[in-house]
Write a protein that binds this ligand. Structure first.
Ligand SMILES: NC(=O)C1=CN([C@@H]2O[C@H](COP(=O)(O)OP(=O)(O)OC[C@H]3O[C@@H](n4cnc5c(N)ncnc54)[C@H](OP(=O)(O)O)[C@@H]3O)[C@@H](O)[C@H]2O)C=CC1
Ligand SMILES: O=C(O)[C@@H]1CCC=N1
Length: 271
């Protein structure tokens, strides 16, 4: 269980997913602080829902913390660090979940040698199923990486990557849940258009994804083999899969990653 006091700068969707995961894994709510820039309603919701500390002034939160998690949008990081750099110390660990923003950039904005570890979780953190990538950044030692691993391991799996690979893994795993949600939305709509009751469509297609995901948890199993087991020669699955192939599924998904990765690179340049 994580014992370090932690301040989340930004109490948005990602911060909530991580905080929910930490609390359901036994982390004490007194050890978690969070602040927004101006959305007090959102902060009140976080306080009410999770019992975390949102009232102390930001400088007090930071003074009492071992870890500072940067969880604002990339475009807001410059403004946030302009104010916060006077409070963040070199004996604290800065963990950034920001897409695209390099640790060198964060260090420069901080103007000190605080260690920085970058993490790219996803919103499945809220149910303990994030696929988080962790990369050591400026001034980070293996001990700092271990602390970040400990934090993120309670909200899912952790994979250590090099910082240069974060653009790619952001497009793959940070954004990843949205691709599957989008596919589910279309299958639901298609089933309803073809005459199925909405509730039945919804519950069936969701369970299909949950069941398939459960099967994939065994990493020794090849997804291609799982697919072959479903696909009877000349049967319904083969007919459906032919449509995916005819519409260039692999090329399309390659492009999905390329575009998401490019966007991450742009975020790093344009904030
Ligand atoms: N959503 C996702 O699936 C994932 C997101 N990320 C990364 O997480 C970060 C946050 O994303 P997400 O949670 O979706 O965004 P949200 O918009 O939901 O939350 C961002 C929060 O940051 C706050 N904020 C902005 N500026 C400041 C500031 N100067 N000081 C304190 N708080 C501030 C905002 O408060 P206010 O409204 O008051 O301005 C807002 O509550 C992004 O950098 C994103 O790249 C990473 C992995 C996955
Ligand atoms: O869309 C985004 O920019 C963020 C980063 C990964 C998931 N959401």
């Amino acid at each position: 269980m994580m014992k370090q006091a932690t301040t989340f700068i930004g109490a948005g969707h990602m911060a909530e997913a991580i905080i929910a995961g930490l609390l359901s894994n036994g982390c004490s709510k007194e050890q978690i602080f969070s602040k927004n820039r101006s959305n007090m309603e959102r902060l009140a919701y976080m306080k009410q829902t999770y019992g975390i500390c949102c009232d102390p002034p930001i400088e007090e939160m930071i003074a009492r913390s071992d870890i500072i998690v940067l969880a604002m949008k990339p475009k807001d990081v410059s403004g946030a660090l302009e104010t916060l750099k006077q409070y963040i110390r070199e004996d604290q660990l800065v963990i950034s979940v920001l897409a695209g923003i390099s640790s060198a950039d964060i260090s420069e904005k901080l103007g000190n040698k605080a260690p920085i570890v970058r993490a790219m979780p996803n919103t499945s953190a809220a149910v303990g199923e994030s696929a988080t990538s962790i990369a050591p950044g400026m001034y980070a030692t293996t001990e700092h990486v271990s602390i970040a691993e400990e934090m993120f391991s309670v909200i899912g799996t952790t994979t250590i990557v090099e910082e240069k690979d974060l653009h790619l893994v952001t497009g793959l795993a940070g954004s990843g849940p949205a691709y599957f949600y989008r596919i589910i939305e279309s299958f639901e709509q298609a089933a309803v258009s073809l005459g199925l009751d909405k509730r039945a469509a919804r519950s069936l297609i969701r369970q299909v994804l949950i069941g398939a995901a459960e099967m994939l948890k065994d990493e020794t199993v090849d997804p291609a083999e799982l697919r072959r087991r479903v696909t009877s020669p000349g049967g319904t699955t083969a007919a459906g899969l032919e449509v995916l192939e005819a519409n260039h599924l692999s090329e399309m998904l390659y492009d999905v990653l390329v575009q998401a990765m490019k966007r991450s690179e742009e975020l790093g340049k344009s904030h």
